[in-house]
Design a protein around this ligand. Sequence first.
Ligand SMILES: [Zn+2]
Length: 371
Amino acid sequence: MLRDAGPLTRQQLQALLGLSRATLVERLDTLHRLRMVRTVGHDASSGGRRAQLLEADRTSRVAVVAWLGASHLSVGVVDLAGTVLVDHTERLPLGHTPADVQPWLVDTAREQLSATGRAGDLAAVGLAVPGQIDQETGISITPPTMPAWRDQPLRDALADGLGVEVLLENDANALAYGEYLAAGSRQSTVLGVAVGTGIGAGVVIGGRPHRGATGCAGEIGHIRIEGHDERCTCGRRGCVAALASGKALIRQLRDEGVRSLPDVVRRVESGAPQAVAMATDAGRLVGTVLATVVTILNPHLVRVGGEIGALAPFRAGLAETLTEQSHEVAARGLDVGPAVLGERAPLVGMAGLAAEAVFAPEAVDRLAARS
Ligand SMILES: [Zn+2]
């Protein structure tokens, strides 16, 4: 209640929650002791003896957040308000393995915690990865672009390394959730699209990431485009990822000397005609797929991120077909734009999910029982 509606006085809280005074006092004592609630001045309107105002303390604890992709790893320390205290992105070679990357992730997180002086405040770790996640076992079912990470026990490895609860989320869901938080509305339905080496989408409905029955919701990269038969990394043909992903653009621009995702970005940003045309076409194809998604979900916002998604010609192509082909009423007033948080969107999304987990009543009970 304090996170949603604070700051509030004790009296206002009691009225909103319908708790007895004794129960409320006991719970607030616990929350004060755990540094999860703090006093922020007095309520001027109450007259007489002015009542203290309370708010959720989102800055006393921190989380380590990370975003692993087919060609990069970002690691940062955030507070539970979503402020990024420090972050760092490392480019990774395609085909990287957990044996190479996991120790580096843990070491970098420890260095960042000690550099920010917040090692003692660590409350959770959040990792965003492409593909599906088995939330029961904490194992990722990564896409074909990351074969060495398939069936890796990510949650246990990080919990061993950093000693706190570990949350795993699909990276496009994390992007969508970050953008949902940045939009500042608790009603929004948000579609987040990440186009990097691969293509994924994440959905926030009613303020929660929508994972679907088996964690597969939003895996738009393997929707088939009629009339195409390029082979995809998933083993099938004609997937939009085989035609319009970063990986596809690298292949299509090979004759121009392009060998990597940063090469694609440089060619497009420098205005090379072939690269700009290819990026625009890729955007149009992704827009065609998104038109169907938009018609089904009728979102308030569509936010496009990832290294390819950030390119202006790609986004122009995407907006063109998306507007043309989605249902007229769904398209009307639809806000389509770049991820306002840029490359940090998945990290901020993981910060938000970490805050949800740390402030959950059961988590507070567990913490109170231990301390
Ligand atoms: Zn495919």
